[in-house]
Design a protein around this ligand. Sequence first.
Ligand SMILES: Cc1cc2nc3c(=O)[nH]c(=O)nc-3n(C[C@H](O)[C@H](O)[C@H](O)COP(=O)(O)OP(=O)(O)OC[C@H]3O[C@@H](n4cnc5c(N)ncnc54)[C@H](O)[C@@H]3O)c2cc1C
Length: 451
Amino acid sequence: MALSRRDAMKFTGLAAVTAAASGYAKGNESPKSAAKGVLLSPAPIPAAKGPRVVIVGAGPSGLTIAKYVKKGNPNIDVVLMDKRSVFMSGFISNLVATGILPLEFITHDFLEGARNGNYTFLQATAHEIDRTAKVVYTNEGTVKYDVLVLAPGIDYDYSKWTNGDVELENTLKTKFPGAFIAGSETLSLKSKIENFEGGVFVQTVPGGNYRCLPGPYERSCLIADYMKRNKIKGKVVILDENPNITIKADGFHSAFEKLYKDYITYMPSSTITSIDPHKQKIVTELGEEIDFTDAALYSRVRGNKLLEIAGVAKDSVFNKAEANIDPFTYQVIGDLNVFCTGDVRPMGFSKSANTANTEARVVAANIVKYMGGQELSQKTWTSPHTTCYSAVESDPLRAISVNAGYAYDETKKSFGFANASTMEKWDSADGLAAGKGLIEWGNGLYRDFFN
Ligand SMILES: Cc1cc2nc3c(=O)[nH]c(=O)nc-3n(C[C@H](O)[C@H](O)[C@H](O)COP(=O)(O)OP(=O)(O)OC[C@H]3O[C@@H](n4cnc5c(N)ncnc54)[C@H](O)[C@@H]3O)c2cc1C
C-alpha cells in the first residue's frame, strides 16, 4: 500500500511541508577477450624502475594514494591514470555553479601532482583488466602492474526511473544532469542557473548511499540564494527520496525556514514514479505532480562500471556493483594484488572527498607494507575521517559542518559513525567561521593532492 504524505510525515516526525509546485565477483578469472579491440603495445610511459603500483582514477582517492605510496617507499614505481586531462573537483563545485567562486578554484593540473609527487601521470582510459596477466588495457596501450588500485568513482544508476529505457536515460542525462560527477555536468548546471529566469527548479535527492549526502541540500540553498540575490521569481523544489534530510538536518531545515521560506519547498519521501523530460513533469509515488522549468535530476549511484569489467564488483547493501573487497584491507576478495578505494567502497562511509583522502593515506601506507611482504588485516585498518562543510548562504559566506570517524561493530558486522559531531548553527559566529573553514578546507585538499 502506498504511503500517504501524512503517513510519511508522521513516520518521520516532520513538520508539515507542502509543495506548490550479482554478485559479480569472478575470483581470479581473467577476462579472456581482454585484448580484443584495444591496443596491445605498451603505453608510452617509462619502464618500471621497481615494483609497480598502477592506480586507475585520479580523483581524491587515486591522487592521494599515488603521492603517499611514493612517499612511503620511493623505490616503488607509481603510475596514476585518468581519462580526464584536467582535474575538476566535485567538492566546492556547488559554489562554482552558483557563481560564488570562479571555475579556476576547482580546476587543477594533474601534471603538477606528478611533478611534485615524483610519479608518472598517464592520461588514458582503462578499458579492460586482465588480473591473471596483471595488465591494464588502455586507449594508450598496455600497462603492467604488480599492485593495482581501482579508484574510478561512481556511475549513475538511473534504473529506478527508466527501467532500462536507454533513450529516456540519455535524455535525462543530457537535459537535466545530476551534476554529481564533476566536469561537463558542472558546467551545464552553472549555465542553467545563470540562464534561469524564473519558475520551478527541481533538485532530487536519491536513496541509497549516494555521493555527498549534504550536497543536494547545499546546492538547493545556494540556488535559492542566487535567486534571492538576483531577484528571480523562482522556487527550488527538493524531491527527496528519503524520509528526512539525510545529514545536518537541523541546520538545513533552519536555513530553508529562515533564509529561503519563499524560495525552497522541501518534499520528503518523494519517490519518483515517472519523469517526462519533454513536458517537464514529474509524478511521485504519493501522486504529486510537479511541473518544472529546469532541474538537476540526481539519480541513485552505483560503483563505476570498470569494477564489473575487472570482475571485482558485487551489490552492496546500499548500491549496485560496488567493490568486492575486504573492508579492512581494501583488497579484492580472492585477489590480494588489487585494491579498490574511494567512492566505490561498499562500506557505508560517507562518499566524500575528505573520507576518500584520509582513507587513501591509510591504504597507501598499507600498500607499502604489503609490497614489503607484510600481511594486511583488521589490525592494519584505521578509520577514515569525514569532515564536510556545506554552505547555506553566500554573503556573508556561512556554512554548517560535520565531523566523524567510523567504528566497526563486531556484533552487527557493520560500520557506524564514531565520535560524530555537527555544527548546524549557520546563523552564529561558528557559522561564519565555517564559511571561512570551507574555503580553507578545500584549499587544504588541493594542496595535499598536488603539492
Ligand atoms: C556537487 C558535489 C558536491 C560535493 N561536495 C562535497 C563536500 O562538500 N565535501 C566532500 O568531502 N565531498 C564532496 N563531494 C564528493 C567528492 O567529490 C567525492 O566523494 C570524491 O570526489 C570521490 O573521490 P574518488 O577519488 O573516489 O572518485 P572521483 O572523484 O569520481 O574520481 C574518479 C576518477 O576516476 C576517473 N576514471 C573513471 N573511470 C576511469 C577509467 N576507466 N579510466 C581512467 N580513469 C577513469 C575519473 O575520470 C575520475 O577522475 C561532492 C561532489 C559533488 C559532485
